[in-house]
Design a protein around this ligand. Structure first.
Ligand SMILES: Cc1cc2nc3c(=O)[nH]c(=O)nc-3n(C[C@H](O)[C@H](O)[C@H](O)COP(=O)(O)OP(=O)(O)OC[C@H]3O[C@@H](n4cnc5c(N)ncnc54)[C@H](O)[C@@H]3O)c2cc1C
Length: 473
């Protein structure tokens, strides 16, 4: 008999509860409590933070709290600056489900809209993904403090102190371990080509910022970039009535092949961090150099507008205000526009994260260990050189003993661990590795407690009345 599947979220949640029950999950907590100290503090309650919290819960680590500076339901890019109609990821990816069929996007979708709608669905609509993550948060029920920003990190050999700024003002929290699940720009920010910083901000925005598209109605807009962000922002401008939208691409050709699709098998997800430094750098460099194209459907969203123009081999060499507009000097000639959107992506740039200044000062970076020949000054050199459990490592061992208690579960782990910390395909693999590493570390730290518990454990299995001692042969 074919199981028609749950027909409502209530039914789905009952199935999920039974799955957990059958697996005796979550297990009893085993980490000895320390008054006023969290076992784990997670900065960021987006997909990565929520998945990490549930992976820890699966291992019986529940003295965990998440902090996110965004209001509840506004975490991550989905309902803020992301402007695509659908996710790029195939709808069948199981993402943060951590092996639970009834925790997948598909289960959530089918329970509400049925299997026919699922079959008909092309890709996951952006805001539906946010709804799914909101449901994921509800059913996995971590403790989250929203509107609460991390403003600093310090610590000692026993733990880390997080300085926080929340609705009740500023304060601090102690934790034995800290997970930075703070996103694509977690150790940096939007990449802004240097000369743009001197151009009057009235004329430009980064795609990562809020943009008043209604104000661009009837205007000429240039979008800089070759990837999904450029296409999505161009489409948004076109759909809200921009008179003309140019997409200006510095490369001679638009990238067409998404190389990272060939880098998603289990071997790679599990084995990447054991590769040599040379191979780890080379693989990331190759994907960065070949660049990831915009999805097919996103490109069509632009090119169906007659007032959309794409120019390749078009680098911007200068920009200056002229008569209330912006004059651009480009390698393909001069152009007058009203507004420019920089879809230039993100960069690892520690100076943009004052809350991580102490980490920045003392963390071992790739440039301390390995830089590919001829790539000096490359952004990858600034990535942290992480340990097996995503932990930061000290540049000078012993100098900052709390530093290895902080784990980078954000994009900047990509050079050390591959794509297991931000993108949907590998997030469960990353979260399981992170949680297992933290569980092992907490156990090792509390060894004396566990050793003593073993020795003082006196609950008998045999009461002595189950047999009679023989008197001899
Ligand atoms: C526009 C866009 C589209 C994407 N589309 C896809 C896709 O289709 N498929 C795919 O696999 N991946 C996609 N990604 C990549 C990735 O899946 C997303 O970036 C995803 O949001 C990563 O989840 P995260 O939890 O790591 O980060 P986020 O969702 O960004 O969550 C990080 C959280 O940390 C919080 N935070 C940051 N700093 C602090 C601080 N100091 N104090 C407190 N909180 C803080 C933020 O408020 C945020 O809520 C996309 C990324 C972007 C930017």
């Amino acid at each position: 008999m074919i199981d028609p599947g749950p027909r409502s979220l209530e039914e789905l949640e009952a199935r999920l509860a039974r799955d957990l029950d059958l697996l005796t999950l979550p297990p009893a907590e085993w980490v000895p409590p320390r008054a006023g100290v969290l076992d784990v503090a997670i900065v960021g309650a987006g997909m990565a933070g929520l998945t990490a919290a549930f992976a820890l819960r699966k291992l019986g680590i529940a003295n965990v709290r998440l902090f996110d500076r965004a209001p509840a339901g506004r975490e991550g890019p989905w309902g803020t600056f992301a402007r695509m109609e659908t996710l790029r990821s195939p709808k069948t990816l199981t993402g943060p489900a951590l092996g639970f069929a009834n925790l997948t996007f598909r289960a959530w979708y089918e329970a509400q809209f049925g299997t026919v709608a699922w079959e008909a669905l092309f890709r996951i609509p952006r805001l539906q993904w946010l709804d799914y993550l909101t449901w994921y948060r509800r059913v996995t029920s971590p403790t989250v403090e929203n509107d609460t920003a991390l403003t600093g990190l310090s610590g000692d050999a026993e733990g880390v102190t997080l300085s926080l700024d929340g609705p009740e003002g500023t304060g601090s929290v102690r934790a034995r371990r800290v997970i930075l699940a703070n996103g694509r720009d977690g150790l940096g920010g939007p990449f802004i080509p240097p000369f743009w910083r001197d151009v009057d901000k009235r004329f430009w925005a980064h795609a990562h910022e809020p943009i008043d598209f209604a104000a661009l109605k009837g205007k000429t807009v240039a979008v800089l970039g070759a990837g999904a962000g450029a296409v999505d922002n161009a489409a948004e401008a076109l759909e809200t009535g921009a008179a003309k939208v140019y997409m200006l691409v510095r490369r001679k050709e638009l990238p067409r092949v998404n190389k990272s699709l060939a880098a998603g098998n289990a071997g790679l997800l599990l084995g990447f961090n054991d590769l040599s430094d040379e191979r780890r750098w080379a693989q990331n460099q190759y994907i960065a150099d070949t660049a990831v194209p915009a999805p097919h459907n996103s490109m069509l969203r632009c090119s169906r507008h007659a007032n959309f123009s794409l120019l390749t081999g078009c680098a911007i060499e200068g920009a200056r205000p002229e008569g209330g507009r912006l004059a651009l000097d480009t390698t393909r000639g001069p152009a007058m526009v009203d507004f420019v959107i920089l879809a230039t992506g993100f960069t690892v740039d520690w100076a943009r994260r004052p809350e991580l200044a102490e980490l920045a000062r003392h963390a071992l970076l790739w440039r301390d260990r390995y830089v590919a020949p001829g790539r000096e000054g490359n952004e990858f050199a600034e990535h942290p050189y992480l340990g097996r459990d995503f932990q930061f490592q000290e540049r000078t061992p012993g100098e900052v003993p709390w530093l290895p208690r902080v784990h980078a579960f954000n994009y900047a782990a990509v050079l050390s661990h591959g794509r297991v910390t931000g993108d949907i395909p590998g997030i469960s693999v990353g979260a399981e590795r992170l949680a297992a590493g933290i569980a092992g570390a907490l156990f090792a730290e509390d060894y004396d407690h566990h050793w003593q518990r073993l020795q003082t454990f006196e609950t008998p299995e045999l009461l002595g009345d189950e047999w009679t001692e023989a008197e001899g042969f």
